[in-house]
Ligand binder design. Structure first.
Ligand SMILES: CSC[C@H]1O[C@@H](n2cnc3c(O)ncnc32)[C@H](O)[C@@H]1O
Ligand SMILES: [Zn+2]
Length: 467
């Protein structure tokens, strides 16, 4: 008996639909119907095409369809500092090179150009949600509004003079104002507060950020237990660990996105497992700065929510989540001498369903299920390097690259099709970046050596080269 097809906005078909639902089901010859930015049906291709009609039908051959990737920690506009300072330990990199460069060059123009380049790179590579922490968050939010991505944008708070701020008081006030302005303004943009790290924000100020976040009903984003220098500093200053310091502050009982967590103690891991903290693993950045390797399998076993991130492109040096997925699948096998750790599906989970849990958004994104937001990507399986195919998840984790992503959809809106980003003009993005890069080149050639720290425990010299 003929029934009238229901109307959808878009139907996307795929040879494999990798749902990342509770059972990690993979649907062969499947399809998804989207209406008003939400997934209204998931099923077999023939059934969906019989039951639904749509203005746009994306019915390409040989595709994997999966949830859009979630980059749980980055500093988008730092793409402008890509390659500026490499092969350094974290604190030397940060204090002697990056903080001074930020003091010298970061302004609204840099942030607009950098965030646009970062969003272009993320859409191209299949990232649909990112968690950002950087200066001028209103500018970042306006770029995200225009390009169609989804983001948690955390306003920076730090005790030292930094771009746009003379110190804690005005960074705190600006962060609170930002959160108020963007709360509920755009369903794709969630504001957050970002006290930078336990070693750059005092105990009282961490407490103030926590109290404000609770009152404003927004999450916290923070760097935590990243390297051994931080472990020593916090131990000397407070006689405890960074995780337990956050516990004293009360932050473990508040939705908190904690980046890195390379050096948790067993007690820290048990506390994190009972907390509202999501940990974001940043394997490339941690390797490059020689911070170490986060004990992710141990945290997952204990029940900690773990997602995946790139960190900024100045320590990565790109925003490619496929590289992070592969590294997360490989590195823990190697350091633990155990090939069964981090199987492919678990590594993919860090960037999708698990990442959504870590950033407290699992009820809306991270899996392909009826009622979820329509954030999904198509990966072409046509490349010779993906042939032959026996196990699609194995190929996505161990063989695919960001260049294999051909379609990126957020909130039902097609941001990239056939590998062409539709919401940002690549030529304009590159031209705008080049204007800023020229200023940075000129500035760097005028500075013969990095700004040194003026002594043990000196404040980061953000503004040392301003004026
Ligand atoms: C206050 S805005 C964010 C601030 O964080 C700096 N940053 C970038 N990467 C890292 C990292 O791995 N650890 C600590 N801080 C980092 C960035 O340069 C900004 O100053
Ligand atoms: Zn970071």
């Amino acid at each position: 008996e003929e029934t009238t097809p229901k109307m959808a906005d878009t139907i996307v078909t795929a040879k494999y639909v990798i749902t990342m639902d509770e059972g990690n089901s993979v649907l062969k010859d499947g399809a998804v119907a989207i209406s008003n930015g939400v997934i209204m049906a998931v099923g077999l291709r023939d059934e969906i095409l019989k039951s639904y009609d749509a203005a746009e039908i994306i019915d390409d051959d040989n595709m994997a369809l999966l949830p859009g990737l979630i980059n749980g920690h980055t500093h988008s506009a730092m793409v402008l500092f890509r390659g500026l300072a490499d092969d350094l330990d974290l604190m030397t990199w940060l204090q002697n090179y990056i903080f001074p460069a930020e003091g010298r060059y970061v302004d609204e123009d840099l942030i607009r150009a950098g965030a646009s380049l970062a969003c272009y790179e993320m859409i191209r590579g299949g990232t649909t949600t990112f968690v950002d922490m950087y200066f001028y968050p209103d500018v970042i939010a306006s770029v995200v509004e225009e390009c169609g991505l989804r983001a948690i944008i955390a306003a920076p708070m730090i005790d030292y003079p930094s771009p746009g701020f003379t110190g804690w008081d005005d960074s705190f006030q600006a962060g609170v104002d930002f959160a108020r302005r963007w709360h509920g303004k755009n369903s794709r943009i969630s504001p957050a507060l970002a006290p930078h790290a336990p070693y750059t924000v005092s105990f009282d100020h961490l407490k103030a950020a926590f109290t404000a976040a609770r009152e404003l009903d927004v999450p916290i984003s923070i760097h935590l237990a990243e390297d051994k220098a931080e472990v020593s500093t916090i131990s000397e200053q407070y006689g405890t660990t960074s995780v337990q310091l956050l516990s004293r502050v009360g932050m473990l009982n508040q939705p908190t996105i904690a980046a890195h967590v390379v050096w948790p103690t067993p007690t820290d891991i048990a506390m994190l497992a009972r907390s509202q903290v999501g940990v974001i693993h940043n394997p490339t950045s941690n390797l490059k700065t020689a911070a170490g390797v986060s004990p992710v399998p141990q945290m997952l076993k204990a029940g900690v929510k773990v997602g995946l991130g790139t960190d900024g492109a100045a320590s990565n040096n790109d925003l490619d989540m496929w590289e992070e997925i592969r590294l997360a699948a490989l590195i823990h096998k190697g350091v633990n001498l155990d090939p069964t750790l981090m199987p492919a599906i678990d590594a993919l989970g860090l960037a999708t369903s698990g990442g959504a849990k870590a950033i407290d958004k699992a009820d809306t994104i991270g899996s392909i299920k009826v009622g979820m937001q329509a954030d999904m990507i198509q990966v072409s399986l046509d490349s010779p390097r993906l042939s032959p195919l026996y196990d699609v998840v194995s190929h996505l984790v161990y063989a695919a690259t960001s260049q294999d992503v051909v379609t990126t959809i957020v909130d039902g809106q097609v941001l990239m099709r056939h590998g062409v980003v539709k919401t940002l003009d690549a030529e304009k993005v590159k031209a705008d970046v080049e204007v800023i890069a020229e200023k940075i080149r000129a500035g760097q050639s005028a500075v013969s050596s990095p700004t040194p720290l003026s002594g043990d425990g000196a404040a980061p010299e953000y503004n040392s080269n301003l004026n």
